[in-house]
Write a protein that binds this ligand. Structure first.
Ligand SMILES: Nc1ncnc2c1ncn2[C@@H]1O[C@H](COP(=O)(O)OP(=O)(O)OP(=O)(O)O)[C@@H](O)[C@H]1O
Ligand SMILES: [Mg+2]
Length: 331
């Protein structure tokens, strides 16, 4: 997401750039996570993040929430969590002699749903429904969630015992699926230095960071990002990429054998929105193929379901996407 020198950045783009730089200072060596957080914020979508414990997932969402005008809430998913623990429930008020709706944690702007696969399906569905509809229904009433509503759910690739896999059919409610790995040696050292600095400052904590974006800034940035131009040939390319996941036979027997289920139109829409957001963050008024390639893995990773054969052979979704990119011709 480097900015070309010639195009003058709008004040909003400059502030988003500052936000990105700021986040890169406190989350070291995970630029893709930060870029995806910003793309999801601009494209009005939700993130599924998969990574081992201790890779700064919580730190990253908290840091984002602290730098925009948004309230943050973390929910730890556990096997005994109930849907009402997320949505809220009608509570009897003896003084008034009636029931009143008590809002649950979903009524926040930025939600960290930690270890989403530890809660049973009905709780996951309550969250996925809220993400899809931006409203929740409790009893006979429907409640609208805040206009700025973003969920980052985490999943741990280790310790699968006692977990509930997310329903594959509903996974595409997540705009992007980000996988994060361990930092390299230089980043590991930088993290250590940062942690020491923070520990030594504990006695005199710095004031909380100033919000770089108000909510209306976020909405304005979304409008601007979604107005970025995409050439018809590139639109065609997005559609062909997604169609190739459904009709993989056209691109060879191997791809057909690997893919059990392809992406829905949500995949095409997600590619479009994410590529525009990426181009806008890079300071461009038009989308380039490189914007599509910067987000295509995150957008398709959870939408292309592998066949049993592919899984048995140890083929990963990323390998399938790489093959798709090889086979589908660029405009
Ligand atoms: N890339 C990084 N940059 C800066 N700090 C980091 C980084 N990775 C880890 N840390 C530090 O390591 C600690 C663990 O981070 P954090 O709690 O955010 O991890 P997590 O991914 O949420 O873990 P869990 O899955 O156990 O909840 C924090 O103190 C954080 O500051
Ligand atoms: Mg955490």
């Amino acid at each position: 997401m480097d900015t070309p020198e010639h195009s003058p950045l709008s004040p909003l783009q400059q502030r988003c750039g500052r936000l990105r730089d700021d986040l890169r200072h406190c989350i070291i060596g995970q630029p893709q996570l930060i870029d995806c957080l910003l793309v999801a914020l601009l494209a009005d979508g939700h993130l599924l993040v998969e990574g081992a414990p201790g890779l700064a997932k919580t730190t990253a969402v908290k840091a984002l929430a602290a730098r925009i005008e948004a309230d943050f809430h973390r929910v730890q998913f556990t096997p005994d969590l109930l849907p009402a623990d997320l949505t809220g429930t009608d509570v009897f008020r003896p003084q008034a002699g009636s029931f009143e709706f008590e809002r649950g944690p979903l009524f926040h702007n930025i939600i960290l749903a930690d270890e989403i696969n530890r809660a049973p399906a009905k709780v996951q569905s309550a969250l996925l429904e809220a993400m899809g509809e931006q409203q929740i229904t409790v009893g006979r009433s429907t409640w609208k969630l805040p206009d700025l509503f973003m969920v980052m759910a985490t999943q741990n690739p280790i310790e699968q015992e006692g977990t509930f896999s997310l329903p594959e059919a509903q996974l595409d409610r997540f705009l992007m699926h980000v996988t994060i790995g361990y930092p390299d040696a230089a980043s590991e050292l930088a993290i250590l230095k940062l942690a020491r600095e923070q520990a030594s400052r504990r006695a005199h904590p710095a004031p909380p960071p100033q919000a770089l974006l108000s909510q209306s800034d976020v909405f304005a940035a979304r409008d601007a990002a979604m107005a970025v131009h995409m050439a018809p040939a590139l639109e065609e390319y997005l559609a062909q990429l997604v169609l190739a996941t459904r009709d993989a036979g056209r691109y060879g027997a191997e791809l057909k054998r690997w893919i059990a289920w392809g992406g829905s139109p949500r995949a095409t829409i997600a590619l479009d929105r994410c590529a525009r957001a990426h181009a806008w963050l890079a300071g461009r008024a038009y989308v380039l193929p490189e914007d599509v390639h910067a987000i295509v893995y995150e957008v398709l990773r959870h939408r292309v379901l592998l066949s049993y054969e592919a899984q048995a052979e140890g083929v990963t979704p990323d390998q399938v996407i790489a093959r798709l990119l090889d086979l589908v011709p660029l405009p």
